[in-house]
Design a protein around this ligand. Structure first.
Ligand code: PEP
Ligand code: MG
Length: 583
C-alpha cells in the first residue's frame, strides 16, 4: 500500500481499478503489468506496430508522389526495422518474460538498440540512431494515444490516473464509469478542477510523479476530500473507506431534505444560492439541489467541448435550454471566457502565448474576435425574450473594455430590432470582478453596470501573482489571503453603496468554510457548484448576520491565511451541532 498527497479539488471518494493514461510523448504510464495481462500487452504492441507501419507507408507514398522515389526511400529504414522479426521477438519477450508493459518494453528494446549504434564508432551509423528514436516516439504515441481512446469506450468502472487532463478531456469523461481521477500536475483553481466539481467526479491533482508506481488494474482510492490517493490499499484501509463512502451517501440523503427550504438565516435574512454551470444538462442537478437560479453559466464550454465551431443557433439552442429549464429563475450568461487553460479544440486567433493567463484571453479575446463575439451577443439577447436572462462580461480590467462590450451589445440589439426579432431591451448587464484593477476602481465600474460577480478564482491569481493551475505555487493560492479579503470587502461595500447587486461565483463560495465569512462581509448572493448547495444552505440556516459580521471582522484583522482558515474552520465546527433555523 502506498499513500500519496495531492491537492483536493473535487470532493468525494472513489474506490476502483486504475486506468492509466498519459500524453507526455516519451513518458509511459506503467512499467509492469500483472502476468495475466501480458498477452493483452503483446496484442497492444502488435497492433501498434502494424498501425505505425501503415502510417509510415502512407508517408512514403505521399512523399514519393510529390518529390520522387529518392525521397520516399528515406522511410525505407523505418519500414525494414518495423518488419524485423528480431525486433518483434525482443519486445514480445520483454513483455512475456519480465511483465513489462508494451510501452516500457518498446522503450527499453529500442533504447538498447540505439546504444549499440552509438557504440559502433561509425559516424554514419550514429546518425541512424535518430531513426530508432523516431520509431520509439511513433510507437509510444500510438500506444498512449489508444489509452486515451479507451476513455471513450469504457464499459466498466475505473479510476483514471493521468499525467494531466485538460478541461476539454475532463468534460468528455464518462460519469457513469469514471469513479474519480488523479493527475500528476494541475492546481486548485484550474478549470479541470472546476469541471470535475461540476461533474461531481472526485478528483485529486498536482500529485507530482507517481504513475510509475502503479500498474493498470491495481486497486486505488481517490479521496477528493483530503487530497489523498492510495495505491493498492490494504484490507483495513479499504474497509475504512467503504464505511466512509456509505456515511457520505447517508449524509447526502439527509441534506436532500433541505431542497425545498429557503437559505434563510436564523435572523430572517434570505440568501440567494445560485449555481455555476458549464453545460445545459447541468440544470437538472441545479434544480435537484434547489438552486435559486444560475449565477454563472460558463458559455465557453460550448467551444471547449465541441468538435466544430458553434454557430449563433448553437448558442441560442443551449441558452434556451437553460432558460426554459430554470423556469423564470434568473440565468446569468457569461460571455466567452476562452483562452489560457480553456482553449477548446476550435482554433481561435491566439498566437503562441508565453504567458496565457496575462495574454489574449476572455473579454480581450472576444473584443478582438468580433466574429466570435457578435453571434454570441445576438444569441444571448434572443434568449432574453424567454426568461430572466442577464449578461455578464468576464475579466474586465479597464472601463474602455466594458464600454466597448456594452456598445457591441447595443449594436446587436439594433440588428435584432431591425430584423423584428424579440429580446429584452432592459437586459441587466454585469461584470465579473476578477482583476485587482476592477476591484480597485470598482467605484467607477458600478456606475456602468446593473450587477457584478466576484470571480475569486482569477482574483486570487492576479492579486497574489500565483498561477491558479500550478501545483508548485499552490501554497500561495489562498482565498483567505488578507489582500484578497480586502478586495472582496471593498467591492462589496461599493456595490452596496451604489445599489448594485453583488454575488461571488469563484470556487471560494462553494467552500463551506468561507460561508460565514462571506455573509459577514455583506454577501447575500452566492453562486456555487450545484453539489455544494445543500451544505452551504445548511450553514446559512444555522447562523445570524451579526454572528457572521463578528467572524468577518475578526478574520480581517488576522495576518496569515492559514490562521484565518483555522479560525474559520473552528467557527464552522462550533455551529455544526446547532439546530437549524425553524427546527
Ligand atoms: C473566477 O475566476 O472566479 C471565475 C468564476 O471564472 P473562471 O473560473 O471561469 O475563470
Ligand atoms: Mg475567471
Amino acid at each position: 500500500m502506498q499513500q500519496i498527497q495531492g491537492i483536493a479539488v473535487s470532493p468525494g471518494l472513489a474506490i476502483g481499478e486504475a486506468l492509466i493514461i498519459d500524453n507526455e510523448g516519451f513518458r509511459f504510464p506503467q512499467h509492469l503489468v500483472v502476468p495475466a495481462a501480458a498477452e493483452n500487452e503483446v496484442r497492444r504492441f502488435s497492433d501498434a506496430l502494424d498501425e505505425v507501419a501503415v502510417d509510415i507507408q502512407a508517408n512514403r507514398d505521399s512523399v514519393t508522389e510529390q518529390l520522387g522515389e529518392q525521397y520516399g526511400a528515406i522511410f525505407a529504414a523505418h519500414l525494414s526495422l518495423l518488419a524485423d522479426p528480431k525486433l518483434r521477438a525482443d519486445i514480445e519477450g520483454r513483455i512475456r518474460d519480465r511483465q513489462y508493459s508494451a510501452e516500457y518494453a518498446v522503450s527499453r528494446t529500442l533504447r538498447s538498440y540505439a546504444d549499440h549504434f552509438l557504440k559502433l564508432d561509425n559516424a554514419y551509423l550514429a546518425e541512424r540512431v535518430h531513426d530508432i528514436y523516431d520509431l520509439e516516439r511513433r510507437l509510444l504515441q500510438n500506444l498512449t494515444g489508444h489509452r486515451r481512446e479507451e476513455l471513450e469506450h469504457l464499459d466498466a468502472p475505473v479510476v483514471v490516473l493521468a499525467h494531466n487532463l485538460t478541461p476539454g478531456e475532463t468534460v468528455h469523461l464518462n460519469r457513469r464509469f469514471v469513479l474519480g481521477f488523479a493527475t500528476e500536475i494541475g492546481g486548485a483553481g484550474g478549470h479541470t478542477a472546476i469541471v470535475a466539481q461540476g461533474m461531481e467526479i472526485p478528483a485529486v491533482v498536482g500529485i507530482g510523479r507517481f504513475l510509475t508506481e502503479v500498474s493498470g488494474g491495481d486497486t486505488v482510492i481517490v479521496d477528493g476530500d483530503e487530497g489523498v490517493v492510495i495505491l493498492r490499499p490494504d484490507a483495513e484501509t479499504l474497509q475504512q473507506y467503504r464505511v466512509r463512502l456509505e456515511q457520505r451517501r447517508e449524509a447526502a440523503e439527509r441534506l436532500r431534505s433541505l431542497r425545498d427550504l429557503p437559505a434563510e438565516t436564523c435572523d430572517g435574512v434570505r440568501i440567494s444560492l445560485l449555481a455555476n454551470i458549464e453545460f445545459p444538462h447541468e440544470t437538472s442537478a441545479c434544480l435537484d439541489r434547489g438552486a435559486d437560479g444560475i449565477g454563472l453559466y460558463r458559455t465557453e464550454f460550448l467551444y471547449v467541448g465541441a468538435k466544430s465551431e458553434p454557430t449563433e443557433e448553437d448558442h441560442f439552442q443551449a441558452y434556451s435550454e437553460v432558460v426554459r429549464a430554470m423556469d423564470g429563475r434568473p440565468v446569468v450568461i457569461r460571455t466567452l471566457d476562452l483562452g489560457a487553460d480553456k482553449m477548446g479544440s476550435i482554433p481561435v486567433n491566439v498566437e503562441e502565448d508565453r504567458n496565457p493567463f496575462l495574454g489574449l484571453r476572455s473579454i480581450r479575446l472576444a473584443l478582438s474576435n468580433l466574429q466570435l463575439f457578435r453571434p454570441q451577443l445576438r444569441a444571448i439577447l434572443r434568449a432574453s425574450a424567454l426568461g430572466d436572462v442577464r449578461v455578464m462580461f468576464p475579466l474586465i480590467t479597464t472601463l474602455d473594455e466594458l464600454l466597448r462590450a456594452k456598445e457591441l451589445l447595443g449594436e446587436a440589439m439594433q440588428e435584432l430590432e431591425s430584423a423584428g426579432i424579440a429580446f429584452n431591451p432592459e437586459i441587466p448587464v454585469g461584470i465579473m470582478v476578477e482583476s485587482p484593477a476592477a476591484a480597485i476602481l470598482i467605484d467607477r465600474f458600478v456606475r456602468e453596470v446593473d450587477f457584478l460577480s466576484i470571480g475569486t478564482n482569477d482574483l486570487i491569481q492576479y492579486t497574489l501573482a500565483v498561477d491558479r493551475g500550478n501545483p508548485a505555487v499552490n501554497d500561495l493560492y489562498q482565498a483567505s489571503d488578507p489582500a484578497v479579503l480586502r478586495l472582496i470587502q471593498r467591492t462589496l461595500q461599493e456595490a452596496d453603496q451604489s445599489g448594485v447587486e453583488a454575488s461571488l461565483c469563484g470556487q471560494m463560495s462553494s467552500e463551506p468554510t468561507y460561508t460565514m465569512l462571506l455573509l459577514g462581509l455583506g454577501l447575500r448572493r452566492l453562486s456555487v457548484a450545484p453539489s455544494s448547495i445543500p451544505e452551504i444552505k445548511k450553514i446559512c440556516r444555522k447562523v445570524t448576520i451579526p454572528q457572521c459580521r463578528a467572524i468577518a471582522a475578526r478574520a480581517l484583522e488576522m495576518q496569515r491565511p492559514r490562521d484565518i482558515d483555522a479560525f474559520l474552520k473552528a467557527e464552522q465546527q462550533k455551529i455544526e451541532s446547532l439546530p437549524e433555523n425553524g427546527s
